[in-house]
Each structure stands twice: as C-alpha cells, then as structure tokens.
Design a protein around this ligand. Structure first.
Ligand code: URA
Ligand code: SF4
Length: 211
C-alpha cells in the first residue's frame, strides 16, 4: 500500500502520487527529518483538490499536532475570522504548511513551540511541491517568512514583499502576507486592529480568485 516506501520519501513516490489523498497517505510515514519522532503525527494539507486558492503556513502547532489538521488552534481561529471578513470560506481553500510536523520542546508539562530550522523546511519541501502540482491553484498565498522562503526558495522580507500579486508560474500568481501568529503576538490594541485590517485587505486580493 501507500506509505511504506516513504522513509525517507523517495522522489518518485511523491512525484507520482495521483491524488491528494494518496499523497497525504504517503506523508504519514515520512521520516525525512528529525521532527517526525517527538511529534504525534504528520499534519498534511487539507481542502478541495480543485481549490483555486492555496494557503501555506509555517508548521502545525500544539492543537494541530493533537487534532491532525492544519490551522485549528488559536492562529487558525484568527485565520478563519480574517478569511470570513475578506469574503472567503475556508472550505474553498486548500490549506497547508511548509513543514508538516510540530517542532517543540518540553517546558515542564507544556509543549513549547519552536520555529522550524532550515533543514526541516528543506526536507519537507518535496511534499509542498507535490501539493502544488496536484492542486495547481490560481493563487498561492504565503503566510509569513517561512512559507514565502520555502515557496520562493530565497530569503524574503515580508514588509517588502507583501500585499502585491506576482507571477509564480504559469497559471499561478503568488501573494505574500503576514502569518496570523504575528497578529496574536501584538500587544498594543491599536497595532493589533491596524495589522488585522491590513491582513484582511491582503486576503481580499485573494477573494478575486474564487471562481
Ligand atoms: N501555524 C501554522 O503556520 N500552521 C498551522 O497549521 C498552525 C499554526
Ligand atoms: Fe517529513 Fe516534513 Fe515531517 Fe520532516 S517535517 S518528517 S520532512 S513530513
């Protein structure tokens, strides 16, 4: 069956997965970087294969790791609200992450989130590429620097790149914006509101791509 030949992922198994379901099944056994072991499970992308918009985040957090679905924790709730305010529905969108395992250390009884290292992002890139091949979205939205760097394969400064559409490949435009966790970290109420509004404006650009 699927999956057994995928530690580490063999390029041909990834490249020939005929559907997202087959690809996700193969990713469940991935051991291409060290993150698979302490985490509970691979959190693969989800959404319609025919989605016109694909959203790429950084990596699953604590809630995502436990539930096995992307963007279901606090950042996901903020994302859902912003999508709604931009006139989009989550079920119209394919949502995934640059890295598909939760990266954490224990702090007593709590699991502390860590950013993925460059080697994790590099190892996980094959899955993101395969998702892009199968979904072939009209618009690919990168949430934050990790997503943007993985997709664009170069260092990205969010402030200089965000809020404008650019050609990514034939039939796919790119759009860079902030990560919703950035909004959650803001302390000052004015900046929080202003930055949230800017995020929703970015997502409104995406709303034009829904057929
Ligand atoms: N942050 C992300 O980047 N992705 C998730 O799935 C959850 C939080
Ligand atoms: Fe594989 Fe990505 Fe998980 Fe690393 S983070 S083990 S590359 S699925």
């Amino acid at each position: 069956g699927y999956g057994l030949s995928v530690f580490p992922p063999q390029r041909k198994d990834v490249d020939t997965a005929p559907t997202l379901a087959a690809l996700a099944a193969r990713a469940m056994d991935c051991r291409a970087c060290a993150l698979w072991q302490p985490a509970s499970r691979t959190v693969f992308g989800e959404g319609p294969e025919y989605a016109r918009i694909m959203l790429v985040g950084e990596q699953p957090g604590d809630q995502e790791d436990l539930q096995g679905r992307p963007f279901v924790g606090p950042a996901g709730q903020l994302l859902d609200r912003a999508l709604q305010d931009a006139g989009l529905r989550r079920d119209q969108i394919y949502v995934t992450n640059a890295v598909k395992h939760f990266h954490f250390t224990w702090n007593g009884t709590r699991r502390l989130h860590h950013k993925p290292e460059a080697e994790h992002v590099a190892a996980c890139h094959v899955w993101l590429d395969a998702e892009r091949r199968l979904v072939r979205p009209a618009l690919l939205v990168m949430l934050g620097a990790t997503a943007a760097q993985s997709v664009l394969q170069q260092p990205v400064t969010i402030s200089r790149t965000r809020s404008r559409l650019f050609p990514l490949e034939e039939q796919t435009q790119g759009l860079v914006t902030v990560h919703p966790s950035y909004l959650l970290r803001l302390r000052d109420e004015d900046s929080k509101q202003r930055e949230y509004a800017h995020f929703v404006e970015d997502l409104r650009l995406a709303a034009h791509y829904v057929a």
